[in-house]
Design a binder for this molecule. Structure first.
Ligand code: GMT
Length: 357
């Protein structure tokens, strides 16, 4: 398995898949620049560090080349039979450089590796070639698969992301840790990149707060943190907006929420929203990318990007609905049934089996 180890959906998906495969008895090695933060300490998966040697002659660290070199060297030593990369830039090209077309390579596309970085002329050519030469490409939603078809001329197999229902489950007893008596607890979790539109969530929350007692918990960190704080101050809702640093245990926070909020301008899937559903928390989200494949009317509401009035109305409608408890149960049942790790891992194993011929 090859992936970015830090905060971010692709690293989480890769770490959890690796761990499950390891527990099933497969020998799994995780190549990354750091041990993935979502890989449990007791996991049977072996972390293989990718070093980034630096020489003054380089303009910067040569990650692509270091990864290719590490993969090539370690593949012989460890007897690797298949390499599965997550996030195509630069993992698809790096593994192609290490092995060429004869080795079974599987690449999972996650989102901006297709829509943003993948379209950058600096990366497009080598990435397209590497994807076209691979044994298989997968995409985390139908929407992303369609984009990849247009961008790279490949036909990805759609495999939605999974969620662990034992870990992500309702935890209403924890609500008192984050909200006061009688307050609704609204949660957002992300890496706070501009694409996530965290300030929009604060703006919509300010509208909600005019009508009901509620608290917004923003879980994570990233470039838009300062702007989110500024907007909260400007709109006079700062006392009810809590910034919570990233945690390896988001389940402890998500399970306590009444609603989960997502306002991204682009989202191929929305892993955090799936984790919320499994925690029995309905979702209000923008109807972009693959999000409509995940959020159905039974488990949440979709609104147009940038429609903050509509966003606040959707939140207020759900909070006032007598069907909210029923919707919570449906959210959990739907996540467990459709996105169970066993079901999703089976789909990856089928792709591996075909790639191995
Ligand atoms: O594509 C990205 O922006 C990065 C990537 C990540 O590593 O966080 O996120 C994507 O992959 C996740 C896991 O498959 C998806 O749940 C996210 O929706 C997706 N992000 C975007 O499409 C913006």
């Amino acid at each position: 398995m090859v992936a970015y180890p830090g905060l971010g959906g692709s690293g989480i998906v890769a770490a959890e898949l690796a761990d499950r495969l390891g527990r099933m008895g497969h020998a799994v090695y995780f190549f990354a620049t750091e041990r993935p933060f979502r890989l449990p300490k007791e996991s049977p998966v072996v972390y293989v560090p990718v070093d980034l040697p630096y020489y003054p002659v380089f303009p910067g660290p040569l990650y692509t080349l270091s990864l290719a070199g590490t993969l090539e060297r370690e593949a012989k030593r460890l007897g690797l039979e298949l390499v599965h990369t997550h996030y195509a830039i630069p993992h698809a090209a790096a593994s192609y450089l290490a092995f060429g077309r004869e080795f079974p390579l599987v690449h999972t596309l996650h989102g901006t590796d297709v829509s943003v970085l993948g379209m950058d002329p600096a990366f497009h050519g080598p990435t397209r070639r590497a994807l076209q030469e691979a044994r298989a490409t997968t995409a985390v939603s139908r929407a992303l698969a369609q984009e990849a078809r247009r961008a790279f001329g490949v036909e990805p197999v759609v495999i939605h992301n999974a969620v662990d229902p034992e870990r992500f489950r309702p935890r209403p007893e924890r609500k008192g840790l984050y909200a006061e008596e009688g307050e609704w607890l609204l949660v957002h979790a992300s890496n706070f990149r501009p694409i996530k539109r965290v300030p929009d969530i604060v703006r919509a929350f300010a509208k909600v707060r005019k009508k009901v007692r509620a608290r917004l918990l923003l879980l994570g960190k990233g470039p838009e943190e300062g702007e989110a704080r500024r907007v909260a101050e400007e709109l006079g809702v700062a006392p009810w907006v809590t910034l919570h640093p990233p945690t390896p245990h988001p389940e402890a926070v998500l399970g306590a929420a009444d609603l989960f909020l997502l306002a991204s301008e682009e989202e191929s899937f929305g892993q955090a929203a799936l984790e919320a559903l499994a925690s029995g928390v309905p979702v209000v989200a923008t109807a972009v990318g693959g999000v409509p494949e995940l959020i159905t009317p039974e488990v949440g509401r979709l609104v147009e990007l940038g429609d903050l009035e509509g966003y606040a109305e959707a939140v207020l409608e759900l909070l006032a609905s007598p069907h909210l408890p029923r919707m919570r149960q449906r959210a959990r049942a739907y996540a467990v049934e459709q996105f169970h790790p066993e079901r999703i891992t089976r789909q990856y194993l089928e792709v591996y089996a075909r790639a191995l011929g």
